[in-house]
Design a protein around this ligand. Structure first.
Ligand code: INI
Length: 169
């Protein structure tokens, strides 16, 4: 998990709910790594560093951006979204996007455990689903290529037998 400290009142609630979602789904606490970063802007680079180790089944990114009076929010929000997506696509490791992008603090509170549920819990479930999907696809590919190998070996053996019997004749 990569959790930003900015707006910690919200991100700590997202974090607790993410942890709850993972543990309820059967994850072991010892298999969960937590990295804290200063703000949402720092999430993509930390996520990428973790993803590149190839040690993790998924990366869960948690943060909270609240629109202010300046363009700061707009600049950061695009960069964070793009950076997390890019890290997911370029490393092949699933990334869950649990970064709230809100106009007001009230909206953020609603999404961190009040009216709109908790986006941290949703991020946990999304990460598990995508990690399982990735594993299922790669297992299918392995068994398909094993089947192809077997088929190719059998065909080769057959043609060797056929040419040996031709030579005998
Ligand atoms: N970081 C956030 O996580 N949320 C915000 O709402 C926010 N605003 O509004 O400024 C924010 N800014 C800090 C930024 O993410 C970086 O940590 C900072 O610019 C240092 O690189």
């Amino acid at each position: 998990m990569v959790v930003s400290r900015f707006n910690a009142f919200i991100t700590e609630r997202l974090f607790q709910s993410t942890l709850d979602g993972l543990l309820r789904s059967g994850a072991n606490k010892k298999d969960i790594a937590l990295v804290r970063v200063p703000g949402a802007f720092e999430i993509p680079s930390a996520a990428r560093t973790l993803a590149e180790t190839k040690k993790y089944d998924a990366i869960i990114c948690l943060g909270c951006l609240i629109r202010g009076d300046t363009a700061h929010y707009d600049v950061i929000v695009n960069e964070v979204t793009r950076g997390i997506g890019q890290s997911a696509q370029e490393t092949g490791v699933p990334h869950a996007f649990g970064v709230l992008t809100c106009d007001t603090l009230e909206q953020a509170i609603d999404r961190a455990g009040l009216k709109m549920g908790n986006k941290g819990f949703e991020a946990a479930l999304a990460a598990i689903e995508m990690a399982n999907l990735k594993q299922a696809v790669s297992e299918k590919q392995v068994s398909r290529s094993a089947r192809n190998d077997k088929g190719a070996k059998a065909r080769k053996a057959k043609s060797v037998r056929a040419s040996a019997s031709k030579k005998r004749k």
